[in-house]
Write a protein that binds this ligand. Structure first.
Ligand SMILES: Cc1cc2nc3c(=O)[nH]c(=O)nc-3n(C[C@H](O)[C@H](O)[C@H](O)COP(=O)(O)O)c2cc1C
Length: 365
């Protein structure tokens, strides 16, 4: 019961710590015959990689992925074909600075996992938080790249839609803008606002929360289950499993509680192609736990990084009251690097349900 594995047919186990020699994952259940290159995985890891702008942690990690098993190399020397056996992916840690964490070896950082880890295990890797470090999410991103291969017809994208109280202007939402700025922001007009705001936060050694939106388009109708493995339930569970995530919503989410049935129900018509057409997407592409064919839309709230320079009151492992000031390198807004992680979790959830649906119904959707 150690809970390092998720998924049923597309089954991912991650391993490794922040300051160990390496971390990675084993993906079991990847169908045979999928063609991929290292670049197909690396391109997503590069989006999550630290040190890419002044707004993220300055830890320098190449995050170069190695594929150790589960494939047949092809004569071109670049292409790998999955064999249906476990695919093992490895990413080395190359920029650990364990001395940065000396002072907090005994102290519990408020807002971090230190106290809870000690309470549960009685021992913890304080160097970077060990397994509670979001460095583990690199392995999930690598797994997500494989998940995308299982569902090539599905387009999965993510964006940061809010930092602190500063929300994007939805009327200017443009996916093409997401890769043009260091925030994965889909609204060019909001970028300078976030830059100025986050510069102040960063210089003050403080941190701030954020909201990430992830969207999957091209998901066929019929994936999921009505009750105990609802598609929204499984997506929500994986998004909630990301470090620092404190809230998840599907479609209009909490807003649904504020509106009437007339406003909320997504009306239907027959579209020009003779196919069912929804006139809105408050449901976020899922009804009764099953995909409708509409885009799946999920948002998650990420809390402010707990590691901040301002001293905070806490206790240590020997029962003394202390003031904790967290040095070392940290993200002033972890929401930024959570964007590719959210995309990966959405990809894994949908790939798993895609395979499960095929197993149960025998249908090729
Ligand atoms: C991409 C990413 C990067 C993170 N970087 C940091 C960091 O630099 N410092 C920190 O204190 N927490 C960071 N976190 C958050 C912690 O990992 C998280 O707060 C901690 O594991 C406790 O878990 P919880 O917040 O889910 O309760 C990061 C989270 C994500 C998703």
């Amino acid at each position: 019961m150690s809970h390092n594995t998720f998924g049923h047919l597309f089954r991912v186990t991650t391993w490794g710590e922040s300051h160990g020699p390496a971390l990675g994952c084993v993906v079991d259940g990847c169908p045979p015959g999928l063609s991929f290159t290292l670049e197909d995985i690396q391109s997503f890891l590069d989006k999550r990689k630290p040190g890419q702008s002044r707004f993220v942690t300055q830890r320098r990690e190449a995050d170069e992925v190695k594929v150790l098993s589960g494939f047949m190399p092809q004569p071109d020397g670049k292409t790998y074909i999955s064999t249906g056996t476990p695919i093992s992916l490895l990413i080395e840690n190359t920029d650990q600075r364990s001395k940065d964490y000396g002072e907090i070896a005994q102290q519990y950082r408020p807002g971090h996992a230190d106290y809870a880890y000690d309470a549960k295990y009685g021992i913890r890797d304080y160097r970077g938080g060990g397994r509670s470090s979001a460095r583990e999410t690199a392995a999930r991103v690598a797994a997500g790249a494989l998940a995308r291969l299982v569902i090539p017809q599905v387009k999965i994208r993510g964006a940061l839609v809010q930092i602190g109280k500063h929300k994007i202007d939805r009327s200017r939402f443009d996916w093409a803008e997401v890769d043009n700025n260091p925030f994965f922001c889909p609204d060019a007009g909001t970028v300078p606002v976030w830059e100025a705001y986050l510069d102040d936060i960063r210089k003050a050694g403080s941190s701030v929360g954020a909201v990430v939106e992830v969207v999957a388009e091209g998901v066929p109708a019929g994936l999921g289950a009505p009750l105990y493995s609802k598609l929204d339930q499984d997506i929500t569970s994986l998004l909630m499993s990301i470090n620092a995530v404190k809230g998840v919503e599907i479609g209009n989410g909490f807003e649904a509680a504020e509106i009437t049935g007339e406003e909320n129900a997504d009306e239907m018509r027959i579209g020009p192609d003779g196919q069912p057409q929804f006139l809105s997407n408050n449901a976020g592409g899922i009804l009764g736990g099953i995909s409708t064919g509409q885009p799946i839309v999920a948002r998650f709230a990420v809390k402010p990084t707990s590691s901040i320079l301002t001293p905070r009151r806490s206790i240590d492992a020997t029962g003394h009251e202390v003031d904790v000031r967290t040095k070392g390198r940290h993200d002033p807004c972890v929401g930024i690097r959570a964007v590719p992680v959210g995309e990966a979790m959405l990809a894994c959830a949908i790939a798993d349900h895609f395979l499960r649906d095929r197993g149960q119904t025998g249908r090729l959707r």
